[in-house]
Design a protein around this ligand. Structure first.
Ligand SMILES: C[S@@+](CC[C@H](N)C(=O)[O-])C[C@H]1O[C@@H](n2cnc3c(N)ncnc32)[C@H](O)[C@@H]1O
Length: 283
C-alpha cells in the first residue's frame, strides 16, 4: 500500500516537474529510428498524455519521453561495453521494467524472447505504448516480484536485468534466489548501495559456536529504510553495501563477477554469471 502511495507521489512529482508549456522533448535524433514512427506531433502528444515518465526512451522523429539523459541511459552504456557480440538471440527478463527501456535496448541489440515485469500498471501502459512505436516483440507482465512468484513465469532466461530494483524489495535475498533459479547465464544488477567512501563499522557477535566475540566489522551491511528516509520515497526498503550485494548473489548461486562499477557515489553496477562462459565479457 505504502509503495503504491509512493508511486502515486512520484507521478504527482513528475507532473509538477513537467507542466504544460515545458520545452518540447526534442533532441538530435540518434542513429536508430523506429520503423515508420507516427508524426512528431502525435509522438509529443503521446508523451504528454502521461503525467510522469521515469525513463528516457526515444520514440522517433527526435522525440524522447524525457528531455535529459537519466541514470538508466548510463547503465545501458556500461552494460553495452561488456557485450562484445550483442545478445545473440539470448532470452531476457527485465525485472522492474518500468517503461521498458532495457527491453527495447536488448531487443535492438539482438535479444530473442524478452519479458518485462512490473507491478505498476501505469508504467506498463507506457511500456506498451513505446513497444508499439518500435514494433518490437516484447512480452510485458504485471506482477509483484516481492511475492516470490517468479517461477509462475514458467520459463528460464539467459539474462536477467535487475536494475534499480533491489532496494525496492522487502525480500531481496529471496527474490535473488528465485531469479538465480530461472537464470541460465547472467544477471545485471544495478543498485543503490551504502557509500564505500566511508569507514563504517558495525560491532556484532561473530565466531564459532560457543566462542563468539563482539567483533568490529567494516563491510557486509544492509541498512533498513523504515519510512521515506531515502529520496522521500517510502517504496525503498534496504540499502546494502557492495560486499552484501556480492554475498547475496553468491548465496543465490552466482559464481563469477565483473569488477563492480560505480555510477555515482552510491550506485553500483555488477554483472554476475553462473558459468565462466557468458555472453558478457566480465574480466
Ligand atoms: C527505480 S525504477 C527502475 C526501473 C528500471 N529497472 C531502470 O533501471 O530504469 C523501479 C521499478 O521497479 C518497479 N517495482 C518496484 N517494486 C516492484 C515489485 N515488488 N514488483 C514489481 N515491480 C516493482 C517500479 O514500479 C518501477 O518501475
Amino acid at each position: 500500500m505504502r509503495l503504491l502511495h509512493a508511486i502515486g507521489n512520484a507521478f504527482k512529482r513528475g507532473a509538477v516537474r513537467r507542466p504544460d508549456g515545458a520545452p518540447p522533448l526534442l533532441s538530435p535524433a540518434p542513429e536508430v529510428e523506429p520503423p515508420h514512427p507516427p508524426d512528431q506531433e502525435s509522438l509529443i502528444a503521446l508523451v504528454n498524455s502521461f503525467p510522469y515518465w521515469y525513463q528516457r526512451i526515444y520514440l522517433g522523429q527526435g522525440v524522447y519521453t524525457l528531455p535529459t539523459l537519466q541514470l538508466h541511459n548510463y547503465v545501458w552504456r556500461a552494460v553495452e561495453t561488456m557485450l562484445p557480440e550483442g545478445f545473440q538471440g539470448a532470452s531476457v527478463l527485465d525485472v522492474g521494467t518500468n517503461a521498458g527501456y532495457f527491453c527495447i535496448q536488448t531487443k535492438l541489440k539482438g535479444a530473442g524472447r524478452v519479458v518485462g515485469v512490473d507491478f505498476d500498471d501505469r508504467y506498463l501502459k507506457q511500456a506498451e505504448a513505446c513497444r508499439a512505436i518500435w514494433k518490437l516483440d516484447i512480452d510485458y507482465r504485471q506482477a509483484d516480484i516481492d511475492q516470490l512468484q517468479l517461477h509462475t513465469l514458467g520459463q528460464r532466461f539467459d539474462v536477467v536485468l535487475f536494475t534499480g530494483i533491489l532496494y525496492h524489495l522487502k525480500n531481496p535475498l529471496g527474490v535473488l534466489e528465485q531469479v538465480a533459479d530461472l537464470c541460465n547465464d547472467a544477471i545485471v544488477v544495478e543498485t543503490e548501495v551504502i557509500s564505500p567512501a566511508h569507514r563504517n563499522i558495525v560491532h556484532v557477535r561473530q565466531g564459532p559456536f560457543g566462542r563468539t566475540v563482539v567483533t568490529p566489522c567494516t563491510s557486509g551491511f544492509m541498512k533498513f529504510i523504515e519510512k521515506d528516509e531515502l529520496n522521500g520515497d517510502s517504496s525503498n526498503w534496504w540499502v546494502p553495501d557492495e560486499a552484501c550485494v556480492l554475498g547475496m548473489l553468491r548465496t543465490a548461486g552466482f559464481k563469477y563477477f565483473s569488477q563492480p562499477r560505480y555510477l555515482g557515489e552510491t550506485r553500483m553496477l555488477v554483472v554476475a554469471t553462473q558459468q565462466p562462459q557468458s555472453i558478457f565479457r566480465i574480466t
